[in-house]
Write a protein that binds this ligand. Structure first.
Ligand code: ZN
Length: 162
């Protein structure tokens, strides 16, 4: 296992559409272990493979009651309600902004055993699912705030991380 470097805003891998995982190989299992270790080491609530430089459709979410969710090729099936709350991201450290999200989402994907899994989550996990799936499409939370707010946040980010 290894703690990997988190790719930061400006890294092109964060802007790619990540590729589907065809098969759960030993390499994929190893990659997920590294993602888990990296997420815990950085105190993240979730992590998507592109954030460690791997353009594959894998996300992990640190849930309530020590529930760790690993989803491969996740797809958003159902979305309900609206929330507008503050988010941050390990790839854009030090800044936070309010983002529109669905309150409850149902996501289907595959677990590490290659079985189909379907989860319905709200609250923090619901938001984390949407945030991490965004990463697989090359979106960051700063893309989802207003244009003016984005400029303010990115200026602040540059000041903190120059
Ligand atoms: Zn993020």
């Amino acid at each position: 296992m290894a703690v990997l470097e988190i790719r930061k805003y400006g890294d092109p891998v964060l802007r790619e559409r990540a590729l589907e995982v065809d098969e759960i190989t030993p390499d994929i299992k190893e990659l997920v272990k590294d993602m888990i270790e990296t997420m815990y080491a950085t105190m993240g609530a979730g992590l998507a493979a592109p954030q460690i430089g791997i353009s594959k459709r894998i996300i992990i979410i640190d849930g309530e009651e020590n529930e760790l969710l690993v989803l491969i090729n996740p797809v958003l099936l159902k979305k309900e309600g609206k929330v507008y709350e503050e988010e941050g991201c390990l790839s854009v450290p030090g800044i936070y902004g309010k983002v529109n999200r669905y309150e409850t989402v149902t996501v289907e994907g595959m677990n590490l055993s290659g079985e189909k899994v379907k989860v319905t989550k709200n609250g923090l996990m619901g938001k984390a699912l949407q945030h991490e799936i965004d990463h697989l499409e090359g979106f960051l939370f700063v893309d989802r705030v207003s244009k003016i707010k984005r400029k303010i946040l990115l200026d602040e980010y540059k000041k903190k991380n120059h």
